[in-house]
Write a protein that binds this ligand. Structure first.
Ligand code: FES
Length: 119
């Protein structure tokens, strides 16, 4: 059984292999949406990008990013900049299938202050 470690919440939950990350978070009461998106979001359709998370460990254990998820992250002005330095680990939780152990940071900052931001 894959284990999802929600880093900010200091909470580890198990899920079935291939289970959707957003659905696991909702089931376990982990808040992946920042206010006000916890009330208004696209319900997992992949269009609002408010469910974005950083996969801080175990990116090899999640499903590959599809074209629609990639284009959504690239075309949104906020997500475009949030993606810099996190091209492989900024994901939409509603489009991620968990196949193994992962560490997840919910509600990551929009602007990266990491060392890879400028170069
Ligand atoms: S819930 Fe809207 S993009 Fe994931």
């Amino acid at each position: 059984m894959p284990t999802i470690n929600f880093v900010k919440e200091k909470r580890k939950v198990e899920c079935a292999p291939g289970e959707n990350l957003r659905q696991v978070a909702l089931r376990e009461g982990v808040e992946i949406y920042p206010f006000p998106h916890n009330y208004v979001n696209c319900m997992g359709m992949g269009s609002c990008a408010s469910c974005r998370v950083h996969i801080t460990k175990g990116t090899e254990n999640i499903s590959k990013q599809g074209f629609l998820e990639w284009i959504r992250l690239m075309l949104g002005p906020l997500t475009f900049f949030a993606r810099i330095g996190h091209e492989n680990d900024l994901r939409l939780a509603c489009k991620v299938k968990v196949n193994g152990n992962v560490d997840v940071e919910t509600q990551p900052p929009l602007i990266s202050t990491g060392e890879r931001f400028w170069g």
